[in-house]
Design a protein around this ligand. Structure first.
Ligand SMILES: [Zn+2]
Length: 430
C-alpha cells in the first residue's frame, strides 16, 4: 500500500469508528472480508496452521491472529496492541434536562478530553443499546449511530465573560450539558431523549433497558497545508494505530510465527477493566490459542516469554508555539516518521533490546523513525504497553505516529506518518 492508499484506509476508519463498538464492528467486517473466522472465548477452539481468526470481547475489544503455515511448538508470538476508545462525553441514565425551555442531556466526561474543544461544534451520538427481549433474560444489544448533528454545547458570549481569553475552567457537571433542541410538545417534556431513541430503534420506550452512548465529533478528516502535508481529524488517537495494525496483519506474510493484534477498549480510563489491556483477557487468549495448537504447559510458558509486543499509540510531536514543552534533545516532528517512546519510569514500556528490534526493522526496511521522551520536569502520559506486559511478560516497546493537540476534539498529524507506521507493522508481521 502506498501513502494515498493507507491514508484512504485511515480516513474510512476515522469516519466509521465513532465509538469503540463501531471500531470493532468496522474491523470485524474487514476481517470477515479477508476470510478470518470468528471464535469465542467461551468455546473450545480447533486451530489450523495457516488459519486466520478473531475474537471479540464485550463488543468493544477485538483480537485477531494468523497462525503461520510453518509454526512449530516453539514458534514465537508476535503481538501488537492499540486502543479503540477516545476521550469524549458519555450520556448518563435518565438523561433529560429541561434547561428553562432548552432540551438538554446530562453527560459525564469519559477519559481526558480538552473540554473546551467540544464547544461550538455540531455533535452526534452513538454507542450501543440493550433492548428487552420478552421472555428472555438476554437483552438484544444493538449498535446505534444518530448520524446527524443533533447536539451542540455553545460557549458563553465574550460579553458575558470578558476574561474568557485568560482561560476558562469548565465545570464538568454544569458547563457541558449539550442542547438537543427546545422543549415543546413534539419533544415530550419528560422523556424527549428516550422517546427519540425508541423511535429511531422502532421499539417501545420501556423496552430500552440500558445504553452506553457517547457524544462524538461527526466532522470528517481533512488534509490541511499548502501541499496537504497535515491531516486534521477527530479520533486520530488511537485509530491511526488500529488502522496500521489491521492492515499490517492483513498484508503481513510471516509463515513461521503467530501474528496477533489486540485492540483494547478503556485505555483512556486506565485499562483496568475486563476488556482493557490491564486484564487477563490477552493472557487467556494466548493460552487458549497455544492449548488449541497442542502445546504442553511448559511450551506455553516458553511461548509467552518468547513473544514480543508492540504497544501502538500516538506520540507528542513538538508544538511550534510551545517548543519548550518538548525535551531538549528529542524533538519529534510531524512527517518525521513513526515515534519510539521511551520513559525510564516505564510509563512507556522501554528496554533497549526491544527498541533495538524495532529500530533494526526500520533500518532494514527504510522506514523513518524518531524518539520521544518526556521533558524531565513534565509527567507526560502513559499507555497500555506496560500494563499489558505486566499481565503477559513479553518484550514490549511503545511506538506510534507523532501528533499535535492530543485529546482535542480535532487532532493533527502528518500525512506521511501513517505510511511509516503501516510499513513497520507489515515488516514486523512478515
Ligand atoms: Zn491513545
Amino acid at each position: 500500500m502506498n501513502k494515498n492508499q493507507i491514508n484512504q484506509q485511515l480516513f474510512q476508519l476515522l469516519e466509521a469508528g465513532v465509538t469503540p463498538f463501531h471500531v470493532v464492528s468496522y474491523v470485524e467486517e474487514k476481517l470477515l472480508g479477508a476470510g478470518y473466522q470468528s471464535l469465542k472465548m467461551t468455546e473450545s477452539w480447533k486451530l489450523q496452521k495457516g488459519g486466520t481468526y478473531y475474537v471479540k470481547h464485550n463488543d468493544s475489544s477485538l483480537f485477531a491472529f494468523r497462525i503461520g503455515e510453518k509454526v512449530t511448538e516453539n514458534s514465537m508470538i508476535k503481538m501488537a496492541a492499540a486502543h479503540t476508545d477516545h476521550p469524549c462525553l458519555h450520556i448518563k441514565p435518565a438523561p433529560e434536562v429541561n434547561g428553562a425551555g432548552y432540551a438538554q442531556v446530562n453527560v459525564e466526561v469519559y477519559g481526558g478530553p480538552i473540554l473546551n474543544t467540544w464547544l461550538d461544534r455540531p455533535l452526534s451520538v452513538a454507542g450501543r443499546i440493550a433492548i428487552r427481549e420478552k421472555g428472555s433474560r438476554q437483552p438484544k444489544v444493538e449498535l446505534f449511530d444518530a448520524k446527524k448533528h443533533i447536539l451542540t454545547i455553545p460557549n458563553l458570549a465574550i460579553h458575558m465573560n470578558r476574561d474568557v481569553n485568560k482561560g476558562v475552567e469548565l465545570n464538568r457537571q454544569t458547563d457541558l450539558l449539550p442542547i438537543l433542541g427546545m422543549v415543546k410538545e413534539s419533544l415530550e417534556e419528560d422523556n424527549f431523549f428516550l422517546s427519540y431513541l425508541a423511535k429511531e430503534l422502532d421499539v417501545a420506550m420501556e423496552d430500552i433497558l440500558d445504553y452506553e452512548l457517547f457524544i462524538y465529533n461527526p466532522e470528517k478528516p481533512e488534509f490541511v497545508g499548502l501541499e496537504e502535508e497535515l491531516i486534521s481529524s477527530p479520533r486520530l488517537d488511537d485509530l491511526t494505530s488500529v488502522c496500521a495494525l489491521v492492515q499490517g496483519l492483513l498484508d503481513g506474510s510471516d509463515k513461521e510465527s503467530i501474528s496477533l493484534i489486540a485492540l483494547f477498549n478503556h485505555e483512556e480510563i486506565g485499562s483496568k477493566t475486563k476488556q482493557g489491556a490491564d486484564s487477563m483477557v490477552l493472557n487467556h487468549l494466548i493460552d487458549k490459542m497455544q492449548i488449541a495448537l497442542g502445546r504442553t504447559e511448559e511450551q506455553r510458558i516458553m511461548g509467552l516469554y518468547n513473544g514480543t509486543l508492540l504497544s501502538v499509540d500516538v506520540a507528542h510531536a513538538m508544538h511550534p508555539n510551545k517548543q519548550a514543552k518538548t525535551d531538549i534533545t528529542n524533538k519529534p516532528l510531524l512527517n518525521g516518521g513513526m515515534v519510539i517512546k521511551e520513559a525510564c519510569v516505564q510509563s512507556y514500556a522501554t528496554d533497549c533490546e526491544a527498541v533495538g528490534i524495532v529500530a533494526s526493522l526500520c533500518l532494514d526496511n527504510n522506514i523513518s523513525y524518531q524518539k520521544f521522551v518526556n521533558r524531565s520536569d513534565e509527567r507526560g502520559g502513559g499507555t497500555l504497553g506496560s500494563l499489558a506486559s505486566s499481565m503477559s511478560p513479553v518484550k514490549t516497546i511503545d511506538i506510534g505516529v507523532p501528533m499535535l493537540a492530543m485529546h482535542s476534539a480535532r487532532e493533527c498529524m502528518g500525512a506521511e506518518d501513517e505510511l511509516a507506521l503501516y510499513q513497520l507493522l507489515c515488516a514486523y508481521f512478515s
